[in-house]
Design a protein around this ligand. Structure first.
Ligand SMILES: C=C1C[C@]23C[C@H]1CC[C@H]2[C@]1(C)CCC[C@@](C)(C(=O)O)[C@H]1[C@@H]3C(=O)O
Ligand SMILES: O=C(O)CCC(=O)C(=O)O
Ligand SMILES: [Fe+2]
Length: 386
């Protein structure tokens, strides 16, 4: 039974909430004049967004067919997933078994959270170098090409017996947010369970024992990212989320009814429009490394519009800190040579949080950074002791 989020919004009426959100957004993003977009939110011409792009042809994978005993169904699901992941790393998942009443509750909690006064949201302010908390505009991290969004990032730890997500929300926002914290915790649990089924399916598609990836991720230490994209008067000048590849492993994304997700395939942007009761799944850099590059982590972004706000709920599957990311021999033997260095997720996460803004070259930058780190460590071990 999904926990209901006790939103105050329902009593006030949605339209009043939406007016409040627009007012707050003008305050928070500094655009006092409705038509003005602050300079540092304007993206260079080569990044300019176009809302009308062709739809990406992505397979709709029926997860029940994968868990069925029917060999033909399993073969069909694994073939479709394998084809999509080798090409662009995106597919749509239907019949996934997640309670959509829960996802509706998460959206209601997001409406309530993002309409709070800025000073209340900033009680959970995400500090530079930290992975969790509330952030708007990312002014603390980037000086230009700022994303047109507010975000709330939460930790979900599958192996913890403690409700880490719930406790974080109560600790930073206060006990009156316990209900929201429980909804986010339940969401993390549901999407963590779903991600283990997805990596089983991917393992089967790659010809590795389906338990292998499931065991690797069963104690995952993941990120729930709540994205709120306010409407923008000049949507052709801004981007909700800039072009990037997810450095994480598997991304499970639930969009509301507003289009905005775009993927860069065959040298042009394509949209993946919202489909009711489905999730968009994509491969991230870390799962690309686990497949020795066989499955692709692809460039994608989120565009905004001048009509209405857009929200997305994202679950970024991340391995536990001590897990070594290294493609199984079964995959490397079929696709030699081994293409990626061994690493742990905290190493790549540190790069993205402190030194390098995720884009399509994150992994190249990471490999270079690792080599310098290793050289520096080797040199310091040679340095004469003081
Ligand atoms: C590990 C992460 C860093 C980001 C959130 C997760 C996976 C995606 C990353 C991100 C969304 C890529 C685009 C830039 C970014 C700064 C953002 O727009 O939020 C990235 C996230 C982050 O660094 O907070
Ligand atoms: O909101 C979206 O549709 C995409 C967001 C995204 O790519 C991300 O948060 O990594
Ligand atoms: Fe992403």
């Amino acid at each position: 039974m999904a926990i209901k989020c006790m939103t105050t919004a329902k009593s006030q009426g949605e339209s009043k909430l939406k007016q409040e959100m627009k007012r707050k957004h003008r305050v928070e993003f500094g655009s006092s004049d409705e038509s003005m977009v602050p300079e540092n939110f304007i993206w260079p011409d080569e990044f300019k967004a176009r809302e009308s792009v062709p739809e990406l042809d992505v397979p709709h994978i029926d997860l029940q067919k994968f868990v069925s005993e029917n060999e033909n169904d399993i073969e069909e699901a694994t073939r479709l997933v394998d084809e999509a992941c080798r090409k662009h790393g995106f597919f749509v998942l239907v019949n996934h078994g997640v309670d959509m009443e829960l996802m509706k509750n998460v959206h209601e909690c997001m409406d309530e959270f993002f309409s709070l006064p800025l000073d209340v949201k900033q009680k959970a302010q995400r500090k530079v170098g930290e992975n969790y908390g509330y952030a708007n505009s990312f002014i603390g991290r980037f000086s230009s090409k700022l994303p047109w969004k507010e975000t709330f990032s939460l930790r979900y730890a599958a192996h913890h017996n403690l409700p880490v997500t719930h406790d974080y929300v109560c600790h930073h926002l206060g006990p009156e947010f316990s209900q929201q914290g429980k909804v986010y915790e339940e969401c993390g649990e549901a999407l963590s369970d779903l991600s283990l089924k997805i990596v089983e399916l991917l393992g089967l598609s790659l010809g590795v024992p389906k338990e292998k990836f499931k065991k690797f991720f069963e104690d995952n230490d993941s990120i729930i990212r709540l994205n709120y994209y306010p409407p923008c008067n000049k949507p052709e000048l801004t981007l909700g989320t800039g072009p990037h590849c997810d450095p994480t492993s598997i991304t499970i994304l639930h969009q509301d009814h507003v289009s905005g997700l775009q993927v860069y395939v065959d040298d042009q942007w394509h949209s993946i429009p919202p489909i009711k009761d489905s999730f968009v799944i994509n491969i991230g850099d870390t799962f690309m490394a686990l497949t020795n590059g066989v499955y692709k982590s692809c460039f994608h972004r989120a565009v905004v519009n001048c009509r209405e706000a857009r929200k997305s709920i994202v679950f970024f599957l991340c391995p536990a800190d001590d897990k070594v990311v290294r493609a199984p021999d079964e995959i490397v033997d079929k696709n030699p040579p081994r293409k990626f260095p061994d690493y742990t997720w905290p190493m790549l996460l540190e790069l993205t949080q402190k030194f390098y803004r995720s884009d399509s070259n994150t992994f190249k930058a990471f490999t270079t950074w690792l080599q310098h780190k290793n050289l520096a460590t080797a040199a310091s071990s040679l340095a004469p002791s003081l």
